[in-house]
Every structure is written in C-alpha cells, then in structure tokens.
Design a protein around this ligand. Sequence first.
Ligand SMILES: Nc1ncnc2c1ncn2[C@@H]1O[C@H](COP(=O)(O)OP(=O)(O)OP(=O)(O)O)[C@@H](O)[C@H]1O
Length: 278
Amino acid sequence: MISLQHLHFAYNKAVPILQDVNLELSPGRIYGLLGKNGVGKSSLMYNMCGLLFPSSGSCSVLGHTPSRRDPAFLQQVCLLPEDFEMPAMSIDQYIRLYAPFYPAFSSDAFEGHLQTFGIPRQQSLPALSHGQQKKVLISFTLATNARLILMDEPTNGLDVPSKRQFRKVIAGSLREDQSIVISTHQVKDLDSLIDEVLILEDHRIILQEAISSITEKLSFRQVMSLEETEAPIYSEGALKGYAVVAVNRKAEQSRMDMEMFFNAVMTEKEKILPLFNR
Ligand SMILES: Nc1ncnc2c1ncn2[C@@H]1O[C@H](COP(=O)(O)OP(=O)(O)OP(=O)(O)O)[C@@H](O)[C@H]1O
C-alpha cells in the first residue's frame, strides 16, 4: 500500500535529512512514528503526502507517486499538520468548504468525534481555544475516511483528558483499508493505541516492529532490585524500585511501555536492534 525504497531527502544538499529510508506500510494498521525533535518525522510524512519531494529513491503511496499530486491521490490522503491557522468561519462553513475534497467524508463521524471531544458546536473557529481547534481538525481528518491519514504531533496542545479522548477517537475509527501514521516525540501519548512502531534516527528508519513482536522479544517489568531481573537491557529508577526492559527469555507476557521502549532503543541500540534483525 505504501512503499518507500531508498528514499533520500534534503532541504539543502549539504544537510541530509532522510537517507536511504525503506518502509512498507499496510492497511488496517496504526503506526507510531517516533523520533527525537528535529530528526525528520514531519519531513518523512510530507514526502508521503506529496508536500515535499524526495531527492532520490522511490515513494509509492496507494499506487500513486505523491510528488505528482494527482487529484485521485490527494482525495485519499489527509495530513493533520503540527501547526495550523484556522480560517475565520463557523465549523459548518469549514465543512462545506473542505469536506468536498474528500469523497468518502462522513458528516456523522465528524459530529460523533466533536461530541466525544465536547466541542461547543455553535462557536466560530477563531473563538475556540487552540486545543479545541486542534480537536476540530482531528475530527475532520478522521472523518475524511482518507485511506492514508498522517497526523503530525496530534497530541501537542491537548490536556491529559483530551489525550485520552484522542486515543478513544482514533481507536474507534480505523477502517480495514486505511493506514494511520501518527508522529510524535511525546511517546507516552501513543501507549495502547498503535499496532506498529517506526523509529526514525540517524536519517533513517532504524526499527519497524509490531507491538506484539516487541513484547515477544522484550519484557517490561517493575522490580525492587535489578538483581531480580534476568538479562536486563535498560532500566530507569521508578517510584518503587526500577522499571526494566529485559530480554524476554521465559516468554513472559508484559504490557509494553512505549516511553521505556523508546528510551531503551535510543540508549542501547546495539543491544536491542539485533533482537529485531536490524
Ligand atoms: N523548511 C525547512 N528548511 C530547512 N530546514 C528545515 C525546514 N524544515 C525543517 N527543517 C530541518 O529539517 C530537520 C527535520 O525537521 P522535521 O520538522 O522534519 O523534524 P521532526 O522530527 O518532525 O521534528 P519535531 O519533533 O521537532 O517536530 C530539522 O533539523 C529542521 O531544522
């Protein structure tokens, strides 16, 4: 469905941003694109939707080359940008203006998402707070039913209850023929939401792995003392004892802690990546 092969990208030839990026994304999955600030997550998503063009390599999305910006492609892809400015109009006017770009747009889904987020329906867009405006945009993006949905730092500016609502709205709206890519450096926000992790580091995707495969190979535990853990790879001091990521030698079942996993990969790449044949 989405295939990037040996993709290179730079804003300026002297400063490469993406180098030899290889990525295959399938329908019916929610991907978490993780990486530190400035690593190139937005640039990668903009390449996927045709707002930026690769300098070399190939990018095929839903059978199209995004850089050609065919209308048949654009109506199947929707990007929620990190920064935005809302036009001075009502929510209804916004929908009348922008929904026609997306033939599969669902007004019912849009209304449902607004309700979940508790958005005051009659307010004009500029009268809403930035967080509320973002919720309108999230609702719109999901209601497009585009086959590829790209969300750039969607939880920035949302308070804690809204982040929960965000997870609920996303989890309830994925269709079988749709892929959702959510980029964030606020890794915790994606806990129990995503199917697969993509980690961008050193200009390329260093890891693409399903959550189920991560918890098969690694265990996530709280322990009082590090001696209690067999094969620890990474640990952090916790309220009581330590939070530990260890090699899962005994096929233990544990719940993945996204932030711990990300920190573990960032600090112990040479121990973790070989577990995933990287
Ligand atoms: N228009 C631009 N011109 C030149 N350099 C840019 C431009 N936009 C971004 N960059 C640089 O490209 C790099 C990658 O930026 P990008 O926004 O893709 O990273 P990111 O991973 O999304 O960051 P963040 O997590 O902070 O949003 C950064 O070093 C940034 O300074």
